[in-house]
Design a protein around this ligand. Sequence first.
Ligand SMILES: NC(=O)c1ccc[n+]([C@@H]2O[C@H](COP(=O)([O-])OP(=O)(O)OC[C@H]3O[C@@H](n4cnc5c(N)ncnc54)[C@H](OP(=O)(O)O)[C@@H]3O)[C@@H](O)[C@H]2O)c1
Length: 180
Amino acid sequence: MIEVHGYAIVSDDDRIADAQGRMPDALRSEADWTYFQQELDRSAATVLGRLGHEAHPNPRSRLRVVVSSSVRDLERRPDGWWWNPAGVSWSEAGRTVLPSGGRVAVPGGRRVFDLFLGIGYTAFHLTRAEGVSVPGGTALFSACDNGVTAETVLAGNGLRPGGRRILDPVGPVSLTVWQR
Ligand SMILES: NC(=O)c1ccc[n+]([C@@H]2O[C@H](COP(=O)([O-])OP(=O)(O)OC[C@H]3O[C@@H](n4cnc5c(N)ncnc54)[C@H](OP(=O)(O)O)[C@@H]3O)[C@@H](O)[C@H]2O)c1
């Protein structure tokens, strides 16, 4: 049994990056980063897009599954497993990567967040940089580009929100964990 936990920090308008595809400073939060690192310590693997993998070094050598169309299906490389969802299903890839099951952390980006909507999240840890908007930026889920809120998408995926927790009173930066 594999648990899938999504993690994102978004603006009020549900954006994860700016119009150039970069993460704006307004979406960077030390408190959220600390929370995310603690959560990674509780996870058996991280599933992330190729660009995120290349942009973020992995000093603790945590097990990564890199989503990419550059491999045929699932391939073990020195820097982790490389997975093409068009070549092999998540259930098969997950069984190979974590034969005893466990928890995976999914930190995006958008196509990866969309992909796991179809697979089903066990939980989604939604951090919000309140008071921040990023016009024209990259949406958390592609449905958010059509005016659907992140909350509506998560509820439609069968998740329910827990309480709002303040990670940083400056902003504030708040966290809501949505659970199945
Ligand atoms: N605010 C947040 O919480 C948050 C979270 C994540 C990312 N971001 C930011 O978002 C920005 C954009 O990230 P990104 O979305 O461009 O990068 P990304 O998701 O890390 O990487 C995109 C790449 O992943 C691969 N990929 C993703 N989904 C795939 C699929 N279904 N099938 C096959 N390959 C797939 C493709 O690689 P190939 O080209 O090799 O096929 C694609 O080019 C960055 O600035 C990042 O910092 C913010």
